[in-house]
Write a protein that binds this ligand. Sequence first.
Ligand code: PLP
Length: 358
Amino acid sequence: PYNFSAGPAMLPAAVLQRAQEELRSWRGSGISVMEISHRDPAFMQMAFKAEQDLRDLMAIPDNYQVLFMHGGGRGQFTAVPQNIAGPNDTVDYLNGGIWSDFAIREAQKFVAKVNVIGGVIDTDLGRALTPVAQWQLSEDAAYVHYCPNETVDGLALHTIPEVAAPLVVDMSSNILSEPLPVDKFGIIYAGAQKNIGPSGFAIAIVRDDLLGRAQGTTSTIMDYTVQAKERSMYNTPNTWAWYLSGLVFEWLKEQGGVAAMGELNQRKANLLYQYIDSSDFYSNPVHPDFRSKMNVPFLLADAQLDSEFLAQAEKQGLLGLKGHRYVGGMRASIYNAMPLEGVETLVSFMREFEQKHA
Ligand code: PLP
């Protein structure tokens, strides 16, 4: 089957096969990687190789720490304000969709003011984001936060804004999907369960000058400075998630890295959007310049056919196409692990379904 779920999402078949083979005996130990101490030299070697592979893949400069954190994407919603803003500070957030909204509500608990700099706007060509030039930035924000790929809304910001304060980005659903100039950002974070590995795990890439600023009440496991000092092993990390993420990084390197992924992801997205745009039966509500390459929401002209569409799709092995419960409709998530053939199969199915029901 092809799994179009937004997350937890499809993992590369080769990664799952290798994990399965190694589950009985990891590196000849006779036990699985989940049963080995995180202080064991073999585990640490694997863990630090995974970090190095991620550094290689994303070309992460040396003045950034790579942290393997607990608590998924939402864990970072709480970690960011507590780590790099004081309780009396103002922080700037773009409210570009559902996940940004959750991030804002979390930040409000830890700082004096969350200033919303812009949000979702309606245009003649569909839903879009406030143009960067019109963002209502504060003069003294501790940081500027946005989510470049809103997973539920299928809305993306494809340009990197130039702002004075450190830029913090939630890349839960688009990390590693294309090349990225890491040095434009203060913090890049991502919940793992879309383009990296298992859920409940997160990666935070933090520029060194932002360390040492945590509020005194920050819980220790969420403290970037402590986690950086302890190489993400302040407490027992999620060893299974770390291991699987490492396998995904190795797989990504074998595929040609993020440059190759970027090209493939563009082809997959083009194929799906072009078909949706050519049809009167399906529609996508997003302005072409703001369309996500990872999450493609679409509506059927007749919503009464939704359940029939999903049932038929599932019968053909096309899984996870139901839209998020907040917005309804359909959504195809086409992360790195989704091959081009998966999108081709989906488009053929959509065409057949249209011919039958239009
Ligand atoms: N941010 C984005 C962009 C997401 O898509 C998600 C989850 O799907 C989250 C944050 C929350 O992640 P988690 O469920 O790991 O807390």
